[in-house]
Design a protein around this ligand. Structure first.
Ligand code: CP
Ligand code: NVA
Length: 336
């Protein structure tokens, strides 16, 4: 069995940004519960009135460095930035790591002179933390091995659209205690939701993220519990969520994981324990692995609503971090 990944969480949880005048989104924890609620409210406004924000980030520029493949995240950031009046530059880092040619601090000190924000999709979470540590401009986590905050915010926005008050919802997450599980757990804790997670032994969420989520939950009234039994986790749930069994970068573990995770497949039999629940997946999905086609493609699946909302929530994230305002138009750009 593959051992649980070990992070030195103390090193990667608190970047010491050199500029106090800007902020990052590296972890769900970078936004307080009130700030997440405000972000979801702004998302609703952006979704309802996109034309009001057409010039909000006029003249602003975004760079995206992606070490891994992407459909949704890349397109929604680029389309979102364009819709707000800004522009994007995509840098394909899938052939070499960002720090291979020169140290990350040098990359950061170059990029901050040219553009207004950086979006990073990386293997190591530490790469994003390092970039944020040295950049005087906002840094956004577009997925690391530890978190996927943009997806989690879009997912809770989608849940709010479906159910209203997030303090009354029960989300069940079935499968790997991975980046998705981490960000969902932190978001559920922040928003006062109930979340049950069922993960096999050895694939539980990172203990320090679990502790952080429990500490947040103690303040918000959220209920977070982690178990091994998928039936127990989905019983009474309003939404059942799963993600791939082998994340990007874990392809060589796929066969071993397929055996270990088989009892965690979201199929009709498991879904029957949550009658009335909706099904969620961040996508890409593997039909016949973590979810069966009849569940993913059913009318109870909201996977494409989640995907759509990536666009709206990321526009709200960009507005929040870059200071755009629908009424006033663009704030002064840092760059020409
Ligand atoms: N859900 C998600 O992040 O999709 P991509 O990997 O296609 O960006
Ligand atoms: N856990 C998955 C999420 C993909 C959006 C991965 O990291 O590959």
């Amino acid at each position: 069995m593959t051992p649980a990944r070990v992070y030195d969480y103390a090193d990667i949880s608190a970047p010491a940004k050199q500029s106090a005048s800007c902020r990052d989104l590296i972890s769900v924890q970078d936004f307080s519960p009130d700030e997440i609620s405000a972000l979801l409210a702004l998302t609703q406004s952006v979704k309802d009135r996109p034309a009001s924000y057409r010039r909000a980030l006029l003249g602003k520029q975004l760079v995206l460095f992606f070490e891994k493949a992407s459909l949704r995240t890349r397109i929604t950031f680029e389309a979102g930035m364009a819709s707000l009046g800004g522009t994007s530059i995509f840098v394909d880092q899938t052939q070499s790591r960002l720090h291979e040619r020169e140290p990350l601090c040098d990359v950061a000190h170059n990029v901050e002179r040219w553009v207004d924000a950086v979006v990073l999709r990386t293997f190591e979470h530490e790469t994003i933390v390092e970039m944020a540590r040295y950049s005087a401009i906002p840094v956004i986590n577009a997925l690391s091995d530890l978190e996927h905050p943009c997806q989690a915010f879009a997912d809770f926005f989608t849940l709010q659209e479906k159910f209203g008050d997030l303090r009354n919802i029960h989300l069940a997450y079935i499968g790997d205690g991975n980046n998705m599980a981490h960000s969902l757990m932190l978001a559920a804790a922040s928003l006062g939701s109930k979340m049950t997670l069922a993960c096999p032994t050895g694939y539980l969420p990172h203990p320090e993220i679990t502790d952080a989520a429990l500490a947040i939950a103690a303040r918000t009234g959220a209920e977070i519990s982690i178990m091994q039994d998928p039936v127990a986790a989905v019983t009474g749930a309003d939404a059942v969520y799963t993600d791939v069994w082998a994340s990007m970068g874990q392809e060589d573990e796929a066969a071993e994981r397929a055996t270990i995770f088989a009892p965690y497949q979201v199929n009709q039999q498991l879904f029957a324990h949550a009658p009335g629940a909706i099904f969620m997946h961040c996508l890409p999905a593997h039909r016949g692995m973590e979810v069966t086609a009849d569940v993913l493609d059913s009318s109870r699946s909201i996977a494409f609503d989640q995907a759509e909302n990536r666009l709206h929530v990321q526009k709200a994230i960009l507005l929040t971090l870059l200071g755009g305002d629908a009424r006033r138009g663009p704030s002064r750009s840092h760059h020409a």
